[in-house]
Ligand binder design. Structure first.
Ligand SMILES: Cc1cc2nc3c(=O)[nH]c(=O)nc-3n(C[C@H](O)[C@H](O)[C@H](O)COP(=O)(O)OP(=O)(O)OC[C@H]3O[C@@H](n4cnc5c(N)ncnc54)[C@H](O)[C@@H]3O)c2cc1C
Length: 499
């Protein structure tokens, strides 16, 4: 007799792993199926010449006591296995424009954030305070961060309304301050016309609470979660690409993989893009109108990334992220000359506290730029693609030198990735960095709920409500709560972590 799991999770991204950890802790038998060799999705790392690089998540916010993520990480016993290094309290993000030497910093703590920016914009204190007040208000109202009161908060709140760009433009502040306040939009692939204010508010608020880098890469979070899943009796299989899911009745499903294996489970959680999931599920209960909506959703832009290995002891470790722009227009526009902006950071490593042995630069890139190679796969895209990547890397390094003069002389070697690399390693549609593009004009159209019209099919991951550690973890609690009862689960989490 084949084993019938209580839950099979398709994909081992953060959302899949958190859901699996929560449900296995409930005593359910859980199986996680991952198409890649490596588990973790956007938490994967890769090694070149002995240096380990994170491909996606590089810093994490809101982990300290009484902050949003703390109870979940504590409940799942993740802290003992995490090695984190704090970013600078008085400036964890640093922002600059063109050849102007002036730099602006975001500081941690509500008052500190206002104080630090007011030093640079003394006449704008009121605007800065109003901005901070508003993003705190919105994030305080956001139901995902208050799962214990999720049901009462979800109704009739205004947190979903309004756009990030419009809000910042409406501040009446000076041009430079508006650009500074919008400058971290690469953290959510900000789109002037669509990105909701709540996305901007949640992303920034979490790091104003606290910000930590993973020491030696984000893989440690994958390992910590896998350890808990295995301790709870769960199973994880890599190199198992799911190709089809069939629901026999509301208590039985069969998962088919590319290797022609069959897995049986009572419930399925899909951690992959809902549109890709629907392609695997031919079931009349998923109505045509639902399928059309999901297939019609836009994706966020992708990223072009450069992973640098630096010459030994040539470049100091930087305890903040650099966000640099060619002009004061900080919002990504795919029509403009590329690159117009980058985020640059030196990963925390156990090699040294003082010197950076490696660095990463990211710049938003539209999928259109790489579309002509869309039918190719990793390591097999041809000479023209290689030359394209080289050219883009040199252009990006030129812009980096505007901010860090002579940076080229510090580089030992570098590697690059494009939205196609993300597509092939994480299964995201069009290599989107952060999944589905949320749109404040029609918020409920772009939010995907964990429950579906098939009672034993659930979604989790960044395509639901929010991307990033905060959004994905909270989303996974919602998904697991959909299976064992949300009130029951959140009460248990908050009671156990308060005791
Ligand atoms: C460049 C970049 C930088 C980022 N930096 C940060 C940061 O600093 N802080 C932060 O909080 N967030 C950051 N994020 C966002 C964060 O990493 C993601 O939101 C989050 O990791 C997504 O998790 P997920 O659960 O949606 O799963 P994903 O990471 O999307 O993983 C899905 C998994 O499913 C697997 N899969 C796909 N199809 C199949 C199939 N058919 N069968 C089996 N398995 C399948 C994939 O291989 C993958 O492992 C960053 C993202 C990017 C791209």
């Amino acid at each position: 007799m084949e084993k019938i799991f209580d839950v099979a999770v398709v994909g081992s991204g953060l959302g899949g792993l958190i859901s699996a950890a929560l449900l296995s802790k409930e005593g359910m038998s859980v199986l996680v199926l991952e198409q890649n060799q490596q588990f973790g999705g956007n938490l994967q790392t890769f090694t070149r010449n002995g240096f380990e690089f994170s491909t996606g998540m590089n810093y994490i916010g809101a982990l300290d006591e009484n902050q949003f993520l703390h109870p979940y990480f504590k409940y799942l016993n993740l802290f003992p296995d995490l090695n984190l290094r704090p970013l600078s309290c008085d400036g964890y993000e640093e922002i600059g424009f063109g050849t102007d030497q002036k730099r602006y910093r975001y500081a941690q703590g509500k008052e500190n954030f206002i104080e630090q920016l007011a030093l640079d914009f003394p006449g704008e204190r009121q605007n800065i305070a109003f901005y901070v007040q508003r993003i705190f208000e919105i994030s305080d109202k956001f139901p995902l961060l208050h799962l214990e009161k999720f049901r009462t908060l979800i109704k009739g709140e205004d947190y979903l309304n309004g756009g990030a760009f419009d809000f910042i433009e409406s501040l009446g502040a000076n041009r430079r301050l508006k650009s500074v306040l919008g400058a971290t939009n690469s953290l959510y692939a900000g789109n002037k016309e669509k990105t909701p204010l709540y996305v901007h508010a949640l992303v920034n608020r979490q790091f104003i609470q606290s910000a930590y880098r993973f020491v030696d890469g984000s893989k440690q979070l994958v390992e910590a979660l896998m350890k808990q899943i295995i301790l709870n009796g769960g199973e994880l299989l890599n190199r198992e690409e799911v190709t089809k899911i069939e629901f026999q009745n509301s208590e039985n499903a069969v998962v088919k993989t590319k290797s022609k294996r069959l897995f049986f489970a009572k419930k399925i959680i899909s951690n992959i893009h809902p549109a890709l999931t629907l392609n695997m599920v031919e079931d009349v209960r998923l109505k045509k109108v639902y399928r059309q909506r999901i297939h019609g959703l836009d994706s966020t832009s992708g990223m072009f990334s450069i992973y640098f290995i630096l010459k030994e002891n040539s470049f100091a470790y930087i305890p903040y992220n650099i966000h640099h722009f060619a002009t004061e227009n900080v919002w990504f526009d795919k029509q403009e000359k590329w690159p117009q902006q980058f985020m640059f950071y030196t990963p925390a490593t156990s090699r040294s506290h003082n010197w950076a042995s490696q660095a990463t630069a990211l710049s938003p890139m539209s999928f259109q730029e790489v579309k002509k190679w869309e039918s190719t796969f990793v390591e097999n895209r041809g000479e023209e693609y290689r030359a394209f990547k080289q050219q883009k890397a040199e252009q990006l390094i030129d812009l980096i030198e505007q901010r860090i003069p002579n940076f080229r002389s510090k580089i030992e070697n570098y590697y690059t990735s494009t939205p196609l690399s993300y597509r092939d390693y994480t299964g995201t549609l069009n290599g989107a960095a952060y999944g589905i593009q949320k749109d404040f004009h029609n918020p409920f159209q772009t939010i995907v709920l964990p429950q579906t019209s098939i009672p034993n099919l659930f979604f989790t991951g960044q395509n639901m409500n929010m991307h990033g550690a905060l959004g994905v973890v909270a989303g996974a609690v919602l998904t697991a709560g959909g299976i064992v009862g949300l009130d029951y689960l959140t009460n248990k989490i908050f009671e156990s972590t308060n005791s």
